[in-house]
Design a protein around this ligand. Structure first.
Ligand SMILES: Cc1cc2nc3c(=O)[nH]c(=O)nc-3n(C[C@H](O)[C@H](O)[C@H](O)COP(=O)(O)O)c2cc1C
Length: 395
């Protein structure tokens, strides 16, 4: 129902995203999009590129007077750094010197460099890395801001926080309840506990000093997700699978867990599953949420909780061994300007991807060409659900 496509290279003129399927009447604010873009650019451990860019989205289609029209919404985010790369990244033919100046021949382990060169048959790795770069996630975050706006109108909100950076993890004793999560917006590593945040920054400093990089884990939480999104009826309609795919598609994400995730492999069923209780005051209740709000590939009305493991980023000053593709001689991998740790920023991208998946699943459930139609259908659905499972006074 909701589709999006991004285009653009890391040092090209701009990133573009087209979001198709948003109903008419969804509020769109350039400021809100830019606020999310700023959150993606922040975080302790980012490198020099983020000091050059001050990302801002131009709305180039699909919005009039602050509201979507129901037509595709197109957004453009210019790459300020392109000024320094005009000839190297020019769409027009250039003298060979422009190509040679930033040619990359030594593939970086962990990047798309080698696999992409083999796939597209190029000996200039720049042709690969320019699009494979996580700069593309800027466009995803811009698209995600539109999805969030639709979700906000229907009562769903999304937050994220950092659970681990390298060897430093948030202690289990720290509450990660929804109301606490807003606090991470003032933390440089988007961590709930100030002492752990300091230890995380020290961990990043150590990696930077060694010319190394460091990964971690982020958790994303969606509150107010209506029950009944997704379906068990076909494999590709399962919401758990759709969320996992979306999160896994983010650069450097190497594992995704829903709810208690990997813990399920070491726990008995009686200690894992979320019991179902009913009281006249509250209707149906679940005292725990180890399922992360998803059972049978369908949202069950509890918070959706997912975690993503972000690998240590692959561009290292302490370059790993590689090979010169031209001479086949050993050669340290190329070094591009790079971050040391992107875990906090990855959390913002994870939020955007979850928003896009949930907005798509919501529209699939409700249909509707306008926000008013979406809301009317959703209210009728929620009323029917209350009649089935709610407390007697709400039936
Ligand atoms: C927000 C964000 C920023 C990133 N910045 C860098 C970076 O500066 N340097 C780097 O080597 N990798 C960076 N990465 C990771 C690489 O883009 C990624 O590891 C690479 O494209 C290979 O893809 P894969 O790890 O999914 O296999 C970043 C990832 C994210 C999510």
């Amino acid at each position: 129902m909701l589709r999006f496509l991004t285009a653009g290279e890391s040092h090209g003129p701009a990133l573009t995203v087209v979001v198709d399927g948003l109903p008419a009447g969804v509020p769109v604010s350039g400021e809100a999009i830019d606020a999310d873009l700023r959150r993606r650019q922040g975080g302790y451990g980012r490198g020099g590129r983020m000091q050059i860019e001050t990302d801002s989205a131009e709305i180039t289609g699909g919005v009039r007077h602050g509201l979507t029209l129901g037509s595709p919404v197109s957004l453009l985010v210019r790459n300020r750094d392109h000024e320094n790369w005009r000839d190297v990244m020019s769409p027009e033919p250039q003298p060979a010197a422009a190509r040679e100046r930033r040619r990359l021949r030594y593939p970086r382990p962990g990047h798309a460099d080698l696999a992409g060169a083999l796939k597209y048959g190029t000996d200039d790795l720049r042709n690969v890395l320019e699009r494979a770069s996580a700069r593309e996630t800027t466009a995803r975050v811009a698209a995600g801001a539109l999805a969030r706006s639709l979700l906000r109108e229907t009562g769903t909100e999304i937050r994220s926080h950092v659970l681990r950076i390298g060897a430093v993890a948030l202690p289990d004793a720290v509450s990660t309840a929804w109301d606490e999560l807003a606090r991470v917006e003032t933390s440089a590593v988007r961590c709930l506990d100030p002492a752990t945040a300091d230890a995380m920054m020290a961990e990043i400093d150590r990696a930077k000093r060694d010319g190394d990089s460091v990964g971690g884990i982020v958790e994303v939480v969606a509150r107010g997700v209506p029950p009944g999104l997704g379906s068990f009826a076909q494999w590709d309609r399962r919401l758990d699978g759709r969320i996992a795919q979306a999160l896994m598609s983010i650069h450097a994400v190497k594992a995704v867990a829903l709810g208690a995730g990997f813990v399920g492999g070491e726990t008995r069923g009686s200690a894992f599953h979320d019991e179902i209780l009913w009281s006249a005051g509250a209707g149906l209740e679940r005292p725990t949420n180890r399922a992360g709000g998803l059972e049978g590939g369908v949202s069950n009305g509890q918070e959706i909780r997912a975690a993503a493991v972000v690998k240590p980023i692959p561009t290292l000053l302490m370059a790993l061994r590689s090979v010169d593709l031209a001479t086949k001689q050993p050669q340290p991998a190329s070094v591009e300007r790079s971050d040391t740790c992107v875990v906090p920023a990855a959390g913002v991208v994870v939020e955007a991807m979850l928003a896009l998946v949930l907005a798509d699943a919501l529209l699939e459930k409700t249909g509707g060409d306008s926000l008013a139609e979406v809301v009317a259908h959703l209210e009728a659905t929620l009323a029917a659900q209350r009649a089935l499972a709610g407390p007697p006074d709400q039936r």
